[in-house]
Design a protein around this ligand. Structure first.
Ligand SMILES: Cc1cc2nc3c(=O)[nH]c(=O)nc-3n(C[C@H](O)[C@H](O)[C@H](O)COP(=O)(O)OP(=O)(O)OC[C@H]3O[C@@H](n4cnc5c(N)ncnc54)[C@H](O)[C@@H]3O)c2cc1C
Length: 502
């Protein structure tokens, strides 16, 4: 697999942190500056940035996109799964499946020996050519563009190639190469991209011809060691019409798009995160199966809009030959929302008939709606006996439970709103009262799991709450604001759409 799709955007880093996999952020490297040379020379043309810049803010702790080769990401995630006694079985192929009301019978091949595996649910993350989407008969509408490139991992050294830059040689509309240092692969490891209308795609089959082509574009002595893998890619831009059929779902295998925006893998991560909590609740008998239908409802507009963004970047890259045209802040994926979802509830926003969906791009500090990403807030102080540590909101959001946050002038003001949560098990709904920085930091008995003082004022600022107001937010397990409500009645209305017993 090698480096493949290494760009991890800030929203995905947030999701990995919610999952307790901080290694992705720790091992990932910031994008190096792109160094371009005058064609046919080693003369510097310019240095530029491959990604947009975002100022850090308390609401957005992960603001730097990171690069981590897919091979390493894969190893990190497998190691994490093993902590839950979940092991990826390699060398096992899904050949076909049949589903009924009760479950799925999947035919697997292990060393060409077939066996039938029974399961209640199935999620196809088997790539664009995978069998799951095809067998479900989902349409895969879109286009294949006449834009192709050869990419792969290579090991080489040359005096002119420092490892602090992403080097670009040649003319990209015509014939060019980019070399990105891939330190995890070793001091001589690079991910290469060869592209341009004069590129002969068949070189992907020959290590020697790849070496020759790169050498023809960089006028210096290069010590080539090995092409670890190489492959030809065409820009495919497609999405399914539906993300599930019955008990079978597609995540990642639901879409394919031009790699210019670096969004494919990130979108797949988010598909899985958006689906996981819903399947968990239904599998435990806590939610009705109809909750699963909202997976398509919430993801299809996001992916459709993402395809427009990445296709625009592709068009610009092809038109100008400039791969640094990825300046669009939407790529950070922090504005992704599902304001349009039938299961979110907002008592503070008046619905506007016919408002266009803006699924990929709402990130406005002055506005927050149900369906938006829940912001972080640092510098919160626990005001329980024996707990005086500072904490952040994000350290309390987890994918296996809802978090109900009551902003209130005092714990007593929040008590009646929290009563509605009494029948809910702590493993699926937790609660926090957040007091404004002007409230006294004294312990008062309160049924909430947490009472936090917003010492830095970041929570009240990010959630747009006045110090004297009572405002309740329900944060879904996927870190999305499920509801913004006045109190208990709103919480009952929101949870009645999620849980069977509410
Ligand atoms: C050059 C390039 C750069 C990219 N850069 C980025 C980037 O920076 N950021 C980003 O987000 N995305 C990027 N992408 C896109 C990203 O690589 C893909 O979106 C992602 O790999 C798709 O993941 P997937 O798991 O669906 O499919 P795949 O990566 O294709 O993996 C599918 C897996 O399923 C297995 N499989 C298939 N069929 C079966 C079967 N029947 N039974 C069992 N197993 C099966 C395969 O063996 C494979 O392991 C890039 C893509 C390319 C080509």
């Amino acid at each position: 697999m090698g480096q493949h799709g290494p760009g991890i955007w800030p929203r995905s880093l947030e999701l990995f942190n919610f999952l307790n996999v901080p290694e992705v952020n720790d091992l990932g490297k910031p994008n190096p500056p792109v160094r371009s040379y005058k064609p046919g020379t080693l003369e510097l043309m310019n240095d530029s940035s491959m990604v947009p810049h975002m100022e850090p803010s308390p609401a957005i702790p992960s603001h730097t996109p990171k690069l981590i080769g897919q091979q390493l990401l894969d190893a990190v995630l497998r190691r994490h799964l093993e902590r839950f006694s979940c092991f990826v079985e390699t060398g096992t192929e899904l050949r076909s499946f049949e589903q009924s009301d009760e479950g799925i019978a999947a035919v697997l091949a292990k060393n060409e020996i077939l066996e039938t595996f029974h399961t209640k649910w199935m999620i196809g993350a088997d790539g664009a050519k995978g069998v799951v989407r095809k067998q479900l008969g989902l349409t895969f509408l879109g286009e294949t563009r006449d834009v192709a490139f050869v990419t792969g991992d290579i090991r080489l050294t040359a005096d002119c190639l420092d490892r602090k830059h992403w080097h670009r040689f040649g003319v990209f509309g015509d014939l060019g190469v980019s070399l990105r240092p891939a330190d995890e692969a070793g001091e001589d490891g690079w991910q290469f991209y060869l592209l341009g209308s004069n590129l002969d795609m068949s070189i992907a089959q020959s290590e020697e011809r790849i070496f020759e082509t790169i050498a023809s574009l960089i006028p210096t002595e290069i010590a080539f060691k090995k092409a670890v893998w190489a492959s030809e890619f065409r820009a495919d831009i497609r999405v399914v019409n539906k993300f599930n059929y019955g008990r079978v779902f597609v995540a990642d295998a639901a879409h394919v798009h031009s790699p210019t925006g670096g969004q494919g893998l990130n979108s797949g991560i988010q598909d899985a995160f958006a689906l996981g909590w819903k399947i968990a609740l239904v599998a435990k008998g806590l939610a009705d199966k109809s909750l699963l239908e909202t997976y398509t409802e919430e993801r299809l507009p996001v992916i459709s809009e993402m395809l427009e963004v990445t296709t625009a970047i592709l068009n610009q890259t092809v038109g100008t030959g400039n791969m640094t045209s990825r300046g669009n802040p939407k790529l950070f994926m922090l504005g992704i929302n599902c304001r349009f979802s039938s299961i979110v509830l907002d008592e503070f926003t008046t619905p506007v008939e016919g408002r266009p969906i803006n699924a990929y791009g709402v990130l406005d500090e002055g506005h927050l709606e149900a369906g938006d990403r829940a912001p972080d807030a640092p510098s919160l102080l626990h005001i329980r006996p024996g707990e005086s540590d500072q904490t952040t909101l994000f350290s309390h959001y987890r994918p296996w439970y809802h978090t109900v946050i009551v902003f209130a002038p005092s714990p007593a003001d929040a008590t009646s709103d929290l009563g509605v949560l009494e029948p809910c098990d702590k493993s699926i709904v937790r609660s926090a009262v957040i007091l404004s920085s002007s409230a006294p930091a004294v312990h008062v008995a309160c049924p909430a799991d947490l009472v936090l003082l917003d010492q830095g004022g970041h929570a009240y600022f990010a959630y747009l709450v006045e110090a004297s107001q009572i405002k309740v937010f329900v944060i879904r397990p996927d870190g999305v604001i499920g509801a913004i409500i006045h109190g208990a009645e709103g919480a009952r209305r929101y949870f009645s759409k999620i849980f069977v017993d509410m």
